[in-house]
Design a protein around this ligand. Sequence first.
Ligand code: SAM
Length: 210
Amino acid sequence: MIEHYYTENPKAKNKPRIIRTILRGEELTFETNSSVFSPKEIDKATRLLIEYAPVKEGQKILDLGCGYGAVGVSIAKTAKMEVTMSDVNGRALAMARINSRKNHVNTKIEKSDGFSRIKEKFDAILLNPPHSAGRETCTKLITESKEHLNEKGTLSVVAYHNKGGKYYELLLKRIFLHVETLCKKGGIRVYMGRGFDKEQRKNILVKDER
Ligand SMILES: C[S@@+](CC[C@H](N)C(=O)[O-])C[C@H]1O[C@@H](n2cnc3c(N)ncnc32)[C@H](O)[C@@H]1O
């Protein structure tokens, strides 16, 4: 069976690697492995999401689809925040746990397909969507996010604008009252949605925009 970075229980031979890098001004070390997303280096889009993440001290943050934990660990390292990291890939979560320890941060780690095992609400949800898993999966992660945001909560999504990003921006506009672009660099954008009303919740029909 072909394995992907979103395979639930990868069986591919372990190929551990170490990435040493600076994120949000902190020197961090990440252990990665085969069958996880971007094992050789921190992905460019991930870096921008980390750099522009709209997060503040004291907030509850969800790193949705955390992979080996670059986003959640670097956020937890730079300010006092309650960070949850979730993913469907068990191997990625094992790495996220190791990387929290390696970088001396406390995070909560949850194996969950989307929000199936996550019941809480957050002040900020950060997502680098799993494009390879298909649009349906990414759409579900985004639409379900809004049910897991506190009233003033934000959802930030990073993508290459011309490779799926435009669709995410439209989708955010269907869900949220306010959508901003937090950064544009090298074709990559970080979109952020916040605020929603009951009427919009009913109208989340995005099929016509595919
Ligand atoms: C593009 S990767 C981003 C990983 C990490 N956030 C980063 O930026 O390095 C997307 C992640 O979403 C995860 N994923 C895919 N489908 C998922 C689902 N249904 N529920 C939760 N996570 C999922 C994948 O396993 C993968 O780790």
